[in-house]
Design a protein around this ligand. Sequence first.
Ligand code: STR
Length: 417
Amino acid sequence: MNCPHTAAAPADRGAGTVVIDPMVQDLDGETARLRDAGVLARIDLLGVPAWTVTRHAEARQLLLDPRLVKDIEAWDLWRSGAVTHAWPLIGMIDAGRSMFTVDGAEHRRLRTKTSQALTPRRLEAIRPEIEKFTQELLDALDAAQGDDGVVDLKAVFAQPLPMRVVGLLMGVDESQHAMLTRQYKAFFSMLTPQDERLALLAELDVFYTDLVREKTARPTDDLTSALILAEEGGEPLTEEEVVGNLKAMVAAGHETTIGLVLNAVRALLSHPDQLRKVLAGEAGWDAVIEETLRWDTPTTHLLMRFATEDITVGDEVIRKGEGLVVSYRAIGRDIEQHGADADAFDITRPTRNRHMTFGHGPHICPGAALSRVEAGIALPALFTRFPGLRLAVPDEEITKLPVMTQNDMTAFPVLLG
Ligand code: STR
């Protein structure tokens, strides 16, 4: 695929540039190449140049640096017109006003209610519902087995579960879940023509705006309604801000937890000694979840922040107006943080909790606790119900979707045993 969206010719981009493969044919190889390219590496995203940070310590520092902002207007390539809506990744950055795209005091204003609704204590209230969804989807798995006994764990279990949970939380009716799943799949896929992607984003905007208007007229007991209602004496969020937050929550809540659950199952099935330990109670499911988050991060690359001043990182300088990506998958494999065996999956690893997969600083994932609750229910329930669960194809045959920012499997065919 050749998509020269900027004037920069390949020769101008320097020998050290890692070209991110839109088809995701060799994710482990690319992660290793990024790590080898340095603390701060130059990358090419479909013809658009950016920096990426590949190490834990430096990413931690940069994620606290107020000189880096989410506002796309701080990006030289955007302001000059070199990057436009024709670029397939623009929807990852130009996603409307929300807690995902704003910084500073305004960011706190946009985010507070959401983070308060997602504390471990508040989440206990919906645990029984997550357990119920899980049991229903385990029944669905049983029922979906083909004549050969094969069933796609992604389509039937890992994908619908987070959608139901985020739907419950945000007040999105179940009748819309299939539509949303289809739209986000097309949004993230690099095979979707850009005019179709822009059209589906516009459709989603209409859908979410209608939902917010409906909840404004008839508030219910969900986070969307809570976002609409003004705090006592406080400034209410605008309709655009509520829509932006709702979009961000549904997209993030749906997409990332699929990866967490599937990557954990895959890691356990390909490391049977560790699965045995967990099933024997010698290691906890929390250890599986944290090590999976470190080793096989659901988010590969997070787009994007922009430098409002020159920022020096080691020998390199991010110039004012340049873009920075955070390469979470490479960061999880940082040898300085996790040791020389960082590429090995090991649930007994002492640093398994010291990963940065949910980010750091003001934008740290507000849904972190929710995803841990979901995976903490789904994984033991799955292996308890189907102790003989195994892959229906050799592990090498599992492929990734053509998605540049997320770590997404095409399918995960299993035999329930
Ligand atoms: C998708 C498109 C959209 O309408 C809104 C958003 C904002 C939140 C983003 C989301 C995006 C893409 C996936 C993200 C999510 C926040 C967390 C999630 C980046 C751009 C991660 O993968 C970490």
